[in-house]
Design a protein around this ligand. Sequence first.
Ligand code: ADQ
Length: 489
Amino acid sequence: RFPSDERPSKQRLLVVANRLPVSAVRQGVDSWQLEISVGGLVTALLGIKEFDTRWIGWAGVNVTDEVGQRTLTKALAEKKCIPVFLDEEIVHQYYNGYCNNILWPLFHYLALPQEDRLATTRSFQSQFDAYKKANQLFADVVNKHYEEGDVVWCHDYHLMFLPKCLKEHNNKMKVGWFLHTPFPSSEIHRTLPSRSELLRSVLTADLVGFHTYDYARHFVSACTRILGLEGTPEGVEDQGKLTRVAAFPIGIDSERFIRALELPQVQDHMKELKERFAGRKVMLGVDRLDMIKGIPQKILAFEKFLEENPDWRDKVVLLQIAVPTRTDVPEYQKLTSQVHEIVGRINGRFGTLTAVPIHHLDRSLDFHALCALYAVTDVALVTSLRDGMNLVSYEFVACQARRKGVLILSEFAGAAQSLGAGAILVNPWNITEIAASIGYALNMPADEREKRHQFNFMHVTSHTSQEWAATFMSELNDTIVEAQLRTSQ
Ligand code: ADQ
């Protein structure tokens, strides 16, 4: 036990991500309402407990007046958050444009429609300039708050230019960068006009992390093929300087889910759901409404299953919870209408006066409602066309200690590499295969369900978000010590 004044203080960690873990809504000239945001990155980073963490990022709102900026900064400080202010034009070009229109589809192997592709080609340079400018604005805030000994952890494809901006200002700063999406094959990455600049910037970080070994390998290949650098088992070497590149598969705070299941309000909610769907097997999809999640494919596969298995029509229900994101982007609006149209058609086709086969909700659920849903589910369907990891599959497994439900999981989600042995893996583009897997999952004998669940449960409870963060941070500290030793020799 340490006397309080001798207790070693926690290392300060500056987490820099495009979005803060809270969104701000203005209530008046100087008052703000802060809401926790939904998303995989937020979920994972909230699990970090070993560090004295501060968040730096955009609060998702345009604030141009001095009073607004001052009062929002103050309100966020209570949550240990520090805002980066981005004006509308920058958000349009950097966030909607370069990040969401160019990098996001490219990293998920999604081709843009022809018209968009031409428009994107024309606006590419101005969007990339805005991206670099925005990354510099993030760097300015980091530099202002940085204290010697801090570690800076940059997150995701929005901030690939940040390591360079930080290191140019202070070469001694400890900088890690982690990508939450897949890193695509180097053949895909090389189509990006700014391919080299982005790679070179990421390489200025001390440690570069990905969810899977494959993504790390693609990144190293891009550096060797596009930049002509040398790839080593540890990372990428450039004129004697090694940038460490490795896989750090993310996890969830599994204890938080397991504990929540014991809460009376969650139990009540589970009871209601069981009564509501009595006599029917429950299938569940939980996704942000995004092209990468393969929601239309999932629903079409469910339709095929009902078509081919008339006996199941009144014995199974699919609950699809899709939280809308990027609602101002036309492509996402199109996806929403497409999903609504398919759901309406299927419910019209197979529904009765008293029951419909699909319940589709366009909204976010609170944590307790989500836990209850996971716990009463018999089969979870994750059909991402590509997904860096996919934490929904982890959350489902964490809540299934009693029911031992089955996970149907896309082979193109990073999670397929960790939960593959327990899940039924499917190609999300093949709805015949998914439909057959649904039948297999619904009819699976209890001992097989138990075995598969046990495998995944072990993984989810032993590879947590806390462990993920601690491993990345300890590797980052080690990398820096090694580099110091090398330069002093
Ligand atoms: P996301 O694309 O957001 O994350 P995912 O990993 O599945 O995907 O995480 C989604 C999170 O949002 C989960 O915690 C889930 O509970 C929550 N969520 C989703 N829909 C919800 C709803 N309707 N209501 C309430 N909560 C909802 C990105 C990458 C992923 C990667 C993570 C973490 O795209 O591949 O796994 O970051 O690195």
